[in-house]
Design a protein around this ligand. Sequence first.
Ligand code: SF4
Length: 291
Amino acid sequence: MHEKEVKGILSAQNGMNIYRGCTHGCIYCDSRSKCYQINHDFEDIEVKINAPELLENSLRKKRKKCMIGTGAMCDPYIQLEEKLGNTRKCIEIINSYGFGFAIQTKSSRILRDLDLLKEINKKTKCVVQMTLTTYDEDLCKIIEPNVSTTKERFEVLKIMRDNGIPTVVWLSPILPFINDTEENIRGILDYCIEAKVHGIICFGMGLTLREGNREYFYKKLDEHFPGMKARYIEKYGYTYEITSPSNDKLTNMLKTTCISNDILYDIGECFNYLHKFEDKSEYEQLMLPGL
Ligand code: SF4
């Protein structure tokens, strides 16, 4: 790891990345792409040492409350977080300033901060987003090697459900010829139903590959799936969007399952939900007897 003092922490859409780089080792990781200009080893985590301070300054100045997001580019619960606790410090600030929160992770380390997530969700809204790609636990350990397995993430989703914290699942990416099977998608959807997730975000059954993440992905294919890289190149060449031949069938399965279980699947609606700030204290005031 190395430390860096940064100039800003919140994006225009109120998202933030507390760390830069990731040690979870997902073989398909888009954040490795060259376009993000990470000029250090991806596993050599950049710790933004002034992140909590910058976040507090930004929230103090905001005139309107909103949802704050994290986890889009780098998992906020990498191994290092156990020692540094910077994600927790940022959540404490979000909670104390009364903002909403949408966090995305693949790690059950998030349970350490359940107390804060519950407090935020009591006052406003806290949404926990988890990525699920692979129902098969052995396959999961190959393609997402250093993080909680799908089953462990499912346990987290159920704990969130039992604590009244809404969840959204990212069903992405789906790797052609590897996990683009009906059995895999059915298994994940059954988890989502049981965990009563609010929404499922899926941009189609496939993945994206571009300079930086493509090389790493192909190297890992060679290590774990002999012959698969040649199959990908033959079928897709060097295109950015890699869509499963089973996309239509699997997407249809996703939609019909979501409709019959009252789960949001429209991407626009899911993002609206993630970005919509809700003030529950006003609602509680309205519900007071005599008002
Ligand atoms: S958890 Fe996310 S950021 Fe980390 S390696 Fe996996 S896909 Fe990349």
